[in-house]
Design a protein around this ligand. Structure first.
Ligand code: A2P
Length: 338
């Protein structure tokens, strides 16, 4: 019989945890025992795994002994407290929070970009990048390898699912309220998100950027292993349920034509090029990304304002490739070592 692995999903009742379970199932991950964990609030409840109903266990009282792979998506403070305990008990932790991403002894890995780094995990923890970085670098890595990227200017159009289940509910609730001429009553976001666009993700930092913007800066450098790359990001939240879009403008060391970029991206793993210069000939969050695995790239064009500039439009399901799918792909890389 082929080898099986005991898996724990921490945050199994959340927006990402739920999709981690479906991705594990879809990809036929060789699971022995499967533990679904969340807070005391939801312990004893059930989550679906195919046609099975699994009982949610309380993370606070769970004994991680015997777990081979733990997928964490329950927020940074939960990861900080529990991921080291799971790792100490022998599990390889794949953590979707930002708790360890900046640590030198924790690799930060996009499965198509720097898969070899999963082996470099002295603490038994591998960090899953931020969703916006994940899709951007899946698209940019093939270009970086060919001509070198010196600078990235990116504006994101991020869906509310990236903020979690309460944000999905808020967009639905506000949309219904406003259509009925009622007050939107913002709770998750600082201002109304329905029918609006908010240029703010995370917290403001001293340099005027937000934490979500700065993640794009240093995560890019760490994953590409190049501290010289300049990144200028504007993170924007839009009233879309699933799928992040990004307008990405790059300046490369050597010139690359739009045609060559299209050719490279068409051959690259995890990418689908949708780039017809006609109405609807480009990917969008709703028509392409939502519920699907690839990172879609379109609107590829040479920048008329810069001799070595290239512009692209990059769209992906932030919960799948941006979180759950990449986490499971990292788990696949780990078990392939054994
Ligand atoms: P719970 O449903 O019990 O609150 P989302 O990002 O969609 O809001 O999901 C967050 C996930 O993290 C949920 O599964 C949530 O479980 C879980 N979570 C939050 N806080 C804790 C905690 N202290 N211990 C374990 N799981 C937690």
């Amino acid at each position: 019989m082929s080898q099986q692995f005991n898996v724990a999903v921490v945050g199994a009742t959340g927006a990402v945890g739920e999709v981690m379970l479906s991705v594990l199932l879809e990809r036929g991950f060789p699971i022995g025992e499967l533990h679904v964990l969340a807070s005391t609030r939801s312990a004893g409840g059930k989550v679906s795994f195919g046609n099975r109903q699994l009982v949610v266990q309380d993370l606070a009282t769970f004994d991680p002994t015997g777990v081979d792979i733990a997928l964490f998506s329950a927020g940074g403070s939960v990861s900080k407290e529990y991921a080291p305990k799971f790792a100490a008990a022998g599990a390889v932790v794949i953590d979707n929070s930002s708790a360890f991403r900046n640590d030198d002894d924790v690799p930060l890995v996009v499965s198509e970009v720097n898969p070899e780094q999963v082996r470099n995990r002295p603490r038994g923890i591998i960090a899953n990048p931020n969703c916006s970085t994940m899709q951007m670098l899946t698209a940019l890595a093939p270009i970086h390898r060919e001509v070198g990227i010196e600078r990235i200017n990116v504006a994101t159009y991020q869906s509310v699912s990236g903020t979690g289940r309460k944000a999905l509910e808020e967009l639905g609730r506000q949309t219904a309220a406003l259509l009925n001429f009622q007050s939107p009553d913002p709770q998750v976001y600082p201002v109304q998100i329905a029918f609006n666009v908010i240029p703010h993700g995370g917290d403001f930092t001293d340099n005027g950027y937000t934490t979500e913007e700065m993640k794009l800066v240093w995560e890019t450098r760490k994953i590409l292993g190049d501290a010289s790359i300049g990144v200028n990001a504007t993170v924007v939240r839009v009233p879309v349920f699933y799928g992040h879009s990004e307008a990405v403008h790059i300046e490369t060391r050597d010139k690359i034509t739009a045609e060559r970029a299209r050719e490279l991206l068409a051959q690259a793993p995890g990418i689908e090029v949708v780039d017809e210069q006609v109405a609807g000939g480009y990917p969008t969050a709703v028509t392409h990304a939502s519920g699907s695995d690839p990172v879609y790239v379109g609107r590829i064009r040479e920048d008329i304002s810069h001799p070595r500039g290239l512009s692209l439009w990059v769209v992906a399901d932030n919960i799948r490739k941006g979180a759950a799918l990449n986490a499971v792909q990292l788990a696949e890389l780990v078990i392939a070592e054994r």
